[in-house]
Design a protein around this ligand. Structure first.
Ligand SMILES: C[S@@+](CC[C@H](N)C(=O)[O-])C[C@H]1O[C@@H](n2cnc3c(N)ncnc32)[C@H](O)[C@@H]1O
Length: 320
């Protein structure tokens, strides 16, 4: 049993298999290659995400190699045992701090591994799948937070996942695909403007899935999934799909479609109200608009029209 304190300190809330499979399937939908795909999980824990994506890659007949990194030896040993059954061309598992090991001189990223020759990760990977640790600043400690802020040029409150996003991005090839689970806070809060800007500049965001309070896993924060393709041209942005799924707690009494699991709701094209056992959920889908300052808008077509009308009325009042 992993100790609560250890989990808090290292952000080691592992991804449950169904969520790992869901994330893998969304990444898979973006792949098309007959070349060997190099896959990285920079905080691989006991290897759930690597295991999940390997199964799907093998199922589709893709050749692939795996790299995993984790600061905890015990988790890594477990990953090693679990990944032995996987039919990858190479599997490299590294025990160490991914952020510490990465060096950023002139955007030349390389990560080192104790006792083993350097593994260069600058634009090395075709696919990154990750659930980076979520560790609160107080738990991180001010010295660590300062070190990270300096290294990754982070302003304001230091979030470990933001440092991971920067490090992962520089490990991804142009056109490489990232699928990542993070806290959903950066989607809307003013203080995470820099995270949104970074993502908008570095990725063609394919899909954002805000899992809200669906409690698909035991994390201390509300999770969101981002699927993106690394892009060269910072100024080009293309529309992204979004899905927002929240438990319905506003007393909605209308009709609900029934679903067996929350994943069935996520996988169907339908939106609206759903019921899984006793719980009701509201699923909204639409197009994400990129406004780095005010947050990304995740509004359905109907909501966009509605807010447009409110904005128009407000500006009439202001100038009328
Ligand atoms: C949220 S868990 C995710 C594990 C696994 N990828 C999964 O999804 O189940 C985060 C993992 O990051 C590891 N970790 C924390 N800080 C790290 C760091 N700086 N470098 C590498 N791994 C780190 C923890 O030991 C933990 O296993």
């Amino acid at each position: 049993m992993r100790k609560v304190e250890e989990i808090k300190k290292t952000g080691a809330t592992f991804t449950p298999r169904p969520l790992a499979d869901f994330l893998s399937s969304r990444i898979m939908a973006q792949l098309s290659s007959d070349q060997c795909l190099s896959v990285l999980d920079p905080a691989c824990g006991d290897g759930e995400l690597l295991l999940s994506i390997s199964t799907q890659l093998a199922g589709m007949g893709y050749p692939f190699s795996l790299s995993g990194y984790d600061s905890n030896k015990r988790y890594l040993a477990s990953a090693q045992a679990r990944l032995q059954q996987v039919d990858s061309q190479h599997t490299t598992l590294i025990n160490g701090d991914f952020l510490d090991a990465i060096s950023l001189p002139d955007e030349q990223f390389s990560i080192g591994f104790d006792g083993v020759s350097q593994l260069h990760t600058n634009q090395l990977f075709d696919v990154i799948i990750a659930n980076p640790p979520y560790v609160r600043t107080q738990v991180l400690g001010s010295e660590n937070a300062q070190k990270l802020a300096q290294k990754f040029n982070l302003k304001g409150r230091v979030d470990l996942y933001y440092a991971f996003l920067i490090a992962m991005t520089n490990s991804l090839k142009d056109n490489g695909i990232i699928g990542v689970i993070t806290s959903n806070r950066y989607l809307s809060t003013k203080s995470r403007e820099s995270v949104r800007k970074f993502l908008t500049e570095n990725y063609s965001i394919v899909e954002l899935i805000d899992l809200g309070d669906t409690k698909l896993f035991d994390a201390a924060v509300l999770p969101a999934l981002l699927i993106g393709r690394r892009k060269k041209n910072r100024h080009l942005s293309s529309p992204a799909r979004f899905i927002k799924l929240y438990e319905e707690l506003n007393g909605y009494q209308g009709a609900c479609r029934s679903a067996t699991t929350v994943y069935d709701i996520l996988n169907t094209q339908d939106k609206g109200y759903f019921q899984v056992n006793e719980k009701r959920y509201k699923k909204t889908t639409g197009t994400l608009t990129f406004d780095t300052t005010n947050g990304w808008d995740m509004l359905s077509e109907a909501e966009t029209e509605w807010t447009g009308r409110i904005d128009a009325t407000a500006s009439c009042r202001k100038f009328g």
